[in-house]
Design a protein around this ligand. Structure first.
Ligand code: ME8
Length: 646
């Protein structure tokens, strides 16, 4: 049996409930864990809480609570939040647990005995919020170089860890193991930090009644970072269950934010492991920070979004299930910010992605193919060969590409590859015009086209399972895939996955489109005046009147009949960076499916109007055809959506 894939998140301080920043690390770790399980790997996924910190005791005091009661309450809150986000961690370590404290004490003793810890006196500065010691030379204008807050002068006798002895070994290890520190830019930062020369680290503080006592010296407690880092090995049986420990250690991935990467995880932690003669983790990965609408996430600004609340609000608004909305949050976090880079969270962009990537691209592929299967074959998989359109190759190619990207933690690119495949299937359906094949009675081709597109929907469901587990399950249910829970990544390319004669289920929209944001909706719409009769010949107009018209190319993304109005179609159109809904009176001349993917000419700055209860934001331009039939004004299909006509 291959070694267990072991991955960890930081253990979070329990001075407050988790926000979208902590949730990001945990969700990315969860995606990684689920991906490895899907590949058939044995996985151990650890997260937990850091409870012995000075700032935790201070937060308890502020609330007038006993520190143990306080950490019990908040650790439970963290566990509840992770459960509500369906995080699949295999263990949850708390640093106040005896299984952890005992190992910390034993390690302290061992390193003291072997001379890696020694007693000395210390004068320096301590930043309580960052739980970090700084020398004079490290301060920025006398303040903490990390957070800019006031530091406290400390002058005490302390125990030191001989970090200075490990600089050269660390540099050599980093050079010999290119996968160890990622991404590359951060690795370079670590190398420069070590090359500046490492100082020994004070690893104890005066005992104020909270923390793990130094063995044999009750006047001191162990420094919280020395204590906390050990969680990664205490949780998996170090010094208590060697067999289990050897099956799991070393970690394959230790994921954390950039704030705690250089000094603690890439320098102090590997040096501690070297002192203990333990192998180092395969990869330490530093991810970027989220800001909210360009601002740092902060409690005082009150902008710390809770992902669960975001999903609940979205569910209430859209009518989609809470689980699916949570998936939308997970999708957004993984898709929008390249792992390693910083990113900004904005509700507007989140909603745009929900509508374009989820409701339109993914939702549409499933919906239209299943509805056509219902319409033309009563929902039963026909007994025809797939005709392909290269889609079988596209599935195989995307499987390899997405796997390569997931293995290298490039989740944004993996999702891009999957969406590229979904786009290819949607385009294939447009190009093949199944509704024309149906009219012409070409059932073999028609069945083949639908089957090919449904195979892509199935492949997509497996590929997105780590990212959007509830959505994947819902797609599988609509596709009547009964053994979905047991499918592995390798099943993506199963030949002929749908048994002929299988009845698939009725399509039900998984992601109902979100309306434009409330603020914009709330803006009063100017009253529409009754249209004057169009004169036969229009008078000449000056150029500046023409210049007021915003004529643009748009691409039709979705089309459907407006209920109770036989002339009207409701279209979702894309202008490149923006999507809109319009209503067009062309239902008599076009099947809705035939319009998807078509480029049209749009009068984009026509004032909005509500037609038969449906809001229309612009007007499609069409020309009268023979016998009164409307023809769409032709737009070259290569003209990009959004292009201006001047
Ligand atoms: O540092 N964007 O805990 P902590 C992205 N207890 N990630 C963010 C973020 C943001 N805006 N804000 C926080 C500690 N994070 C120690 C760790 S480990 C042995 C001890 C995430 O509660 C990110 O993972 O301050 C960051 O590294 C972590 O929360 C800091 O959590």
């Amino acid at each position: 049996m291959s070694k267990t894939y072991y991955l960890t998140t930081p253990i979070y301080y329990v001075n407050d409930v988790p926000h979208i920043g902590n949730a990001y690390t945990t969700i990315i770790a969860d995606i990684t864990a689920r991906y490895h399980r899907l590949k058939g790997d044995k996985v151990h996924f650890l997260t937990g809480t850091d409870e012995n910190a000075t700032k935790v005791a201070a937060a308890a005091a502020e609330k007038g609570m006993d520190p143990q009661d306080f950490v019990d309450k908040l650790a439970a809150a963290f566990q509840d939040v992770w459960a509500s986000l369906d995080i699949t961690n295999d263990d949850f370590i708390r640093t106040t647990q005896p299984r952890h404290k005992d190992v910390v004490t034993a390690i302290f003793k061992r390193l003291m005995d072997q001379g890696d810890i020694y007693k000395g006196s210390y004068t320096g500065h301590y930043c309580v919020p960052c739980e970090t010691f700084y020398a004079d030379s490290e301060l920025a204008d006398g303040k903490c170089p990390e957070c800019g807050r006031e530091v406290t002068e400390v002058e005490e006798e302390n125990y030191y860890f001989k970090l200075s002895a490990y600089g050269d070994r660390l540099l050599k290890y980093i050079e010999d193991n290119p996968e160890f520190l990622q991404p590359e830019a951060k690795k370079n930062e670590v190398v420069s930090f070590i090359k500046q020369g490492l100082r020994d680290v004070s690893i104890t503080r005066a005992n104020n009644g909270w923390g793990i006592e130094v063995p044999g010296d009750s006047s001191k407690v162990i420094y919280v970072w020395f204590d906390a880092l050990i969680n990664y090995i205490s949780a998996i049986g170090y010094l208590s269950d060697e067999k289990r420990f050897n099956e799991i250690w070393p970690a394959d991935l230790q994921l954390m934010g950039k704030d705690i990467f250089v000094r603690f995880h890439s320098t102090f932690w590997p040096a501690m492991l070297m002192a203990l003669d333990l192998p180092l983790p395969k990869t330490l990965f530093s991810h970027g920070f989220w800001t909210i609408n360009g601002e740092k996430i902060s409690k005082s600004k009150g902008n710390a979004i809770s992902p669960a609340k975001l999903a609940e609000d979205l569910a209430a608004e859209s009518g989609a299930s809470r689980e699916v909305c949570l998936d939308a949050v997970r999708y957004f976090l993984a898709r929008e910010m390249t792992l390693g880079m910083d990113g900004d969270f904005s509700i507007k962009i989140f909603r745009n992605r929900f509508n374009s990537d989820l409701a339109n691209d993914l939702g549409n592929l499933l919906n239209r193919t299943l509805s056509m299967l219902g319409k033309y074959f009563e929902g039963v998989m026909p007994d025809y060969e797939t005709f392909g359109g290269g889609l079988a190759d596209k599935i195989a190619e995307t499987k390899d590409l997405a796997e390569k990207y997931c293995d290298s933690y490039e989740f944004t690119k993996a999702l891009e590859a999957v969406w590229n495949m979904i786009g290819a299937a949607n385009k294939y359906v447009n190009d093949m015009q199944p509704w024309v094949l149906a009219k012409e009675g070409k059932n073999a081709e028609l069945g083949g086209v639908l089957e090919s597109a449904l195979e892509v929907a199935r492949a997509a469901a497996i590929m997105i399972k780590p990212f959007m587990p509830a959505t994947a399950k819902e797609i599988a249910a609509q596709l009547a895939i009964t053994d979905f829970d047991n499918l592995l990544w390798s099943n993506i390319t199963d030949a002929d996955p749908f048994a002929k004669g299988t009845k698939l289920n009725e399509p039900a929209p998984i992601f109902p489109r979100l309306p434009k944001q409330k603020k914009e909706e709330a803006e009063p719409k100017p009253k529409k005046e009754k249209k004057a009769k169009v004169p036969e010949k229009k008078p000449l107009i000056p150029y500046d009147v023409f210049a007021q018209l915003e004529l643009r190319i748009a691409e039709v993304k979705q089309a459907e009949k407006v209920e109770g109005a036989d002339k009207l179609l409701r279209l979702i159109i894309s202008l490149g960076d923006e999507e809109r809904q319009i209503v067009a009176g062309i239902a008599k001349y076009y099947e809705p499916e035939a319009l998807v993917g078509k480029k049209i000419v749009l009068l984009a700055n026509l004032e909005p109007a509500v037609i038969r209860g449906v809001e229309s934001n612009g007007m499609l331009l069409a020309a009268d055809g023979v016998n009164g039939a409307v023809v769409l004004t032709p737009a070259d299909p290569d003209t990009p959506a959004g292009a201006y006509i001047k």
